[in-house]
Write a protein that binds this ligand. Structure first.
Ligand SMILES: [Zn+2]
Length: 319
């Protein structure tokens, strides 16, 4: 190899490593299939109809079977993987499962879309029935519903890039005060990757993306893990007139599955999550959060539409 070539390769190496490869976006002029908010709303309803999807319950088992069937219908029989595992809960052993569905499986260039499918086993922020599980229409249900609708769209319009949908179990199991028993599914998935060396361009986590008048300021861990992706997603939202949902301002740092996926699996990932930031800089959530009011009454088709439109534009026209 001559000197020029050596210099050139060194230059290319430096250039690539400093540039967040995979986190560059351009408008591609492609047609973007439409996201159906009625369908997404129905997917929230179907989850809520099972009741609280709490580990060790019949509703939890039924919901898992429902996701497996739905994704096999949309991704194909051989493109769905149920990652079953055990986790230690509070003086009980939990049987949990992450749901993984792959679209455009031959593509090596991939992205990851994620949500949590379990709902909280207690309504600790409610004034009554605190020990009963919640149906989690928004907290859990809405993110999964948007991903189910995207899966339906992928089945009819193959995405231009490989897409892996990962639904985590056991996100909301933990009691407030310690994060130790939260994020059980994403912890297991990160430590036991179904595909060794899995390294998608980026990930997007959707959590609480369906409430009426939801507000998504730029979550702070997301800004540190994948700032370019945050900019792109919020820019798309602004162009589409959704800046009343995707606020062009910095939010709080919210502990969620994306933290585990970034810190343990090394994947750049952002979280779209309905929250606000208190004067002290802490995360604050809607009045329905972790109460029995997190039901269909607070779910809005308009919010689901905004999130779905932004995701569809990103996936079909910016990558
Ligand atoms: Zn929660």
């Amino acid at each position: 190899m001559n000197k020029l070539l050596v210099l050139l390769s060194i230059f290319l190496l430096i250039n690539c490593s400093g540039d967040e490869p995979g986190l560059k976006f351009t408008e591609k002029g492609r047609e973007v299939p439409s996201f159906n908010a009625d369908s997404a709303y129905q997917f929230v309803q179907e989850q809520v109809d099972f009741g609280p999807r709490v580990p060790k319950t019949e509703a939890h088992r039924e919901a898992l079977q429902y996701f497996e069937n739905k994704f096999k219908e949309y991704a194909g029989q051989n493109s769905v993987f149920i990652q079953r595992f055990e986790a230690e809960g509070y003086e009980e052993t939990l049987e949990l499962a992450n749901v993984i569905a792959a679209f455009n499986t031959s593509a090596t260039d991939r992205i990851m879309l994620s949500a949590h499918w379990d709902s909280r086993p207690r309504a600790d922020m409610d004034s009554t029935r605190k020990e009963e599980g919640i149906v989690g229409a928004d907290d859990g249900g809405s993110g999964v519903a948007v991903l189910l609708e995207l899966a339906r769209i992928f089945s009819e319009n193959p995405p231009p890039i490989g897409v892996d949908i990962v639904l985590f179990d056991g996100e909301d199991y933990g009691k407030s005060g310690s994060l130790e028993k939260y994020f059980l599914g994403s912890r297991y998935w990160s430590n036991n990757p179904p595909v060794p060396g899995y390294s998608p361009r980026f990930g997007i986590l959707l959590d609480m993306v369906g409430a009426e008048n939801a507000q998504f300021p730029k979550e702070r861990y997301s800004l540190s893990y994948a700032p370019n992706l945050v900019e792109e997603v919020w820019n798309i939202a602004g162009e589409k007139g959704y800046d009343n949902y995707f606020l062009n301002e910095e939010g709080a740092a919210v502990a969620d599955d994306h933290m585990i996926v970034n810190e343990q699996a090394g994947i750049p990932i952002i979280n779209v999550i309905n929250h606000s930031r208190t004067e002290q800089g802490n995360a604050q959530f809607g009045a329905y959060w972790h109460t029995h009011s997190d039901n269909m009454d607070i779910i809005s088709r308009a919010t689901l539409q905004a999130v779905g439109d932004v995701m569809a534009e990103l996936i079909y026209n910016r990558l």
